[in-house]
Design a protein around this ligand. Structure first.
Ligand code: UDP
Ligand code: MG
Length: 139
C-alpha cells in the first residue's frame, strides 16, 4: 500500500559538518512535510539492526561503525510519491555519480559518508519509521 511517506536520516557526516539546516531547507523546499523528527545517536547494536538487510555486503561492518559514530537526525517525511521523489532529491549513493543539485552531490563526502539516508520502498519506509518513532511522536 502506498503511504506517501518516506524515512530519512541525516548521517553523522552531515551533522558534524553543520549541514542539518541546509539539508532540511532542501527537503522543505522540495515539498516534503515533516511528520516526525528526532536528534539522536544509534548504538552499534541499533545500527546493526537498522542495516541488517546489508549484513552480507562487504561494507556492512564499516557502515555500522560509521552510522553509530555520532549523532544523526531521523525523520518521517510526507509528500505525494514520497519514496521515489526523495530518492530523486538525494541522488545516487556515490556522490561522484549523483546528479547536480541533489543533496548528496552538494553535501556528501564519499560513498560511505553520503550525508543522507532515504528509504527504497514503501514497505521499508514503514519499517524504518517504526524503528525510531512511536505513534505519539508523529504529527
Ligand atoms: N555504502 C557503502 N559502500 C558501498 C555502498 C553503500 O559504504 O559501496 C553505504 C552508504 O552509506 C549507503 C549505505 O551503505 O548509503 C546503504 O547502501 P545502499 O546500497 O542501500 O545505498 P542507498 O540506498 O543509501 O543509496
Ligand atoms: Mg538503501
Amino acid at each position: 500500500m502506498a503511504t506517501n511517506r518516506t524515512f530519512t536520516m541525516l548521517k553523522p557526516d552531515a551533522v558534524a559538518n553543520g549541514y542539518i539546516g541546509g539539508i532540511l531547507k532542501m527537503i522543505n523546499e522540495a515539498g516534503f512535510r515533516i511528520v516526525a523528527m528526532k536528534y539522536t545517536q544509534l548504538t552499534k547494536d541499533a545500527a546493526g539492526k537498522f542495516y541488517e538487510v546489508h549484513k552480507e555486503r562487504p561494507f556492512y561492518g564499516e557502515l555500522v561503525d560509521y552510522m553509530s559514530s555520532g549523532p544523526i537526525v531521523a525523520a518521517i517525511l510526507e509528500k505525494e510519491n514520497a519514496v521515489a521523489d526523495f530518492r530523486t532529491l538525494i541522488g545516487a549513493t556515490d556522490p561522484t555519480k549523483a546528479d547536480e543539485g541533489t543533496i548528496r552531490k552538494i553535501y556528501a563526502k564519499s560513498i560511505a559518508a553520503n550525508a543522507v539516508h532515504g528509504s527504497d520502498s514503501d514497505e521499508n519506509a514503514q519499517i524504518e519509521g517504526d524503528f525510531y518513532f512511536s505513534k505519539l511522536e508523529r504529527f
